[in-house]
Design a binder for this molecule. Structure first.
Ligand SMILES: Cc1ncc(COP(=O)(O)O)c(C=O)c1O
Length: 491
């Protein structure tokens, strides 16, 4: 063998001990972390400079022992972790991780299947097939709907709107996948001013552009007004217009749900496609007590939701479903000579890349399957009901506080609250209340007791509280309300 060939020798494989060292380091640190979640400060405890000092190590020529790498990574990252899995984390809409889901997620990494094709991991394909059907059933969606396991709500909205674009243009005789959008009939998207930002982003990705939207101001109840929608749909002055209506179940600030039955009825009568963005709110359909809030949801044409929010599956995990599998597959599926397709022989197995925009991807269905099996139907309903009860507890307690006003009708898990300047402080206008509200949010975040984020609601500053963690108890809410009280007294 020449010297050059010797230099190309592959590095030695990790020995059993090397696997064990690294995996032991991971499991020890992970166990300590999840066990400590209820007690640790919720906010990150290190500055960006401290984190850079701890983590910006030199990249050595020779590499470092795997167990030491994992240990050092855990030690360096630990102070900069936000305890988003804490039962007192109420920021954005961020769930924790159920034990079965977290454990299955570890296995997912160990198995490292490429979940694009059936042949790349038959178990991954079958688990997604099973879990996807469970989800359709739990959420009351048509059992014949197609579905895909995507990274989150953003890609679920993108995939669903790609299917919608395909279908509404096909009805005009236009094959958008082949011909693109140049010269295509313009597509109109009707939605409310409270749609999530990822809807607009999906429209950008799809080349429809945000100017394609006809935006209807939401009513005082923060829902898409049916009358306004009917008026917008009635505008057919330029002939039949390919139209997509984007409704939502669970507005990201206050959790409102659009009147889905009416929206579907009048949109379908006008030949439009109805998409429902239900990133978290769709889970209310899994609760017998809340299901009526989403009445009519099954009549829509496509749905987007997340597992990493209310189902408490680790990131990144979302779900898209489509009532018209041909539109879904027509917009998203892919073929190539070298792809060994499960359905080439008219087989029944499922190639996941027909339903998700990714090609190679993580087998994220394992964790969803584990989460659903561990909870069961009643467990999912209890999770949703429990979070909504905690949200109402927040609203009741905060609503009783001097200088605090709850701004929304708490229909699901979201609470919006605004604080007022102290009487006699000399500043008693809306701008002063905005300032107080923002300072309360900052003080609560800095306290480490709990974490809520801020927002602007109808032009005014507000605190958002989102309860989607499986571990949050009434005592956690009491403790968090006390932290808010202290913060308000301090500003
Ligand atoms: C209503 C709604 N749609 C879409 C999204 C985006 O979801 P993701 O962050 O999973 O992409 C969110 C996120 O909070 C949301 O609340």
């Amino acid at each position: 063998m020449t010297d050059a060939a010797e230099e190309l020798e592959p590095p030695p494989r990790p020995t059993t001990n090397a696997w064990e060292g690294a995996l032991d380091a991971a499991i020890d640190n992970a166990r300590a972390y999840v066990a400590g979640l209820p007690g640790r400060p919720v906010s990150a405890q290190a500055t960006v400079d401290e984190l850079r000092r701890a983590l910006a190590l030199p990249l050595t020529d020779e590499g470092v022992d795997p167990a030491k790498v994992v240990h050092d990574l855990a030690a360096g990252a630990e102070p900069g972790l936000v305890a988003t899995g804490s039962p007192r984390y109420f920021g954005f809409v961020i769930g924790g991780a159920l034990p079965a889901a977290l454990a299955a997620d570890w296995l997912t990494a160990a198995w490292d299947q490429n979940a694009g094709l059936y042949v790349g991991g038959p178990s991954a394909a079958v688990v997604e097939e099973v879990a996807g059907r469970w989800v359709l059933d739990l959420l009351g969606l048509p059992p014949s709907a197609s579905f895909g396991f995507v990274t989150g709500g953003q890609m679920a909205n993108f995939t669903a709107l790609a299917a919608a674009r395909h279908a509404v243009l096909a009805r005009q005789g236009w094959d958008v996948e082949a011909r693109g959008l140049s010269g295509a009939p313009p597509v109109r998207v009707i939605t409310s001013d409270l749609r999530h930002a990822t809807v607009d982003r999906a429209l950008r990705y799809l080349g429809l552009g945000t100017d394609a939207t006809v935006v209807i101001p939401a009513g005082p109840d923060a829902r898409l007004p049916v009358g306004g929608l009917a008026d917008a749909l009635a505008d057919r002055s330029a002939g039949p217009i390919p139209t997509i209506v984007c409704a939502q179940a669970g507005e990201v600030n206050g959790g409102s749900v659009d009147p889905l039955a009416e929206v579907c009825e009048i949109a379908h009568a006008a030949g439009a496609w109805v998409h429902v963005d239900g990133a978290f709110g769709l889970w209310a359909a899994a609760s017998p007590t809340l299901r009526s809030t989403l009445a009519g949801v099954e009549q829509a044409d496509s749905w987007a939701t997340d597992f990493h929010k209310w189902l408490n599956v680790p990131y990144d995990s979302g779900f898209v479903a489509c009532a018209d599998p041909e539109a879904h597959r027509g917009a998203i599926g892919v073929r190539a000579a070298y792809l060994v397709r499960a359905d080439d022989d008219h087989g029944t197995a499922r190639d996941q890349l027909d339903w998700t925009p990714e090609f190679s991807r993580r087998a994220r269905g394992f964790a969803v399957y584990a989460a659903l099996r561990s909870l069961g139907r009643r467990g999912v309903a209890d999770l949703v009901d429990g979070c909504c009860a905690r949200a109402r507890q927040f609203a009741d307690r905060l609503g009783q506080m001097d200088r605090a006003d709850v701004l929304n009708d708490v229909v699901l898990d979201q609470v919006l609250v605004r604080f007022r300047a102290a009487p006699g402080s000399g500043s008693a206008d809306a701008a002063a209340d905005d300032d107080v509200t923002r300072r309360v949010v900052e003080a609560v975040q800095a306290s480490g007791e709990c974490w809520m984020s801020g927002t602007t609601w109808r032009g005014r500053a507000a605190m958002r509280i989102s309860v989607v963690n499986w571990q949050t108890t009434e005592a956690d809410v009491d403790r968090s309300v006390a932290a808010v009280e202290r913060a308000l007294a301090s500003v």
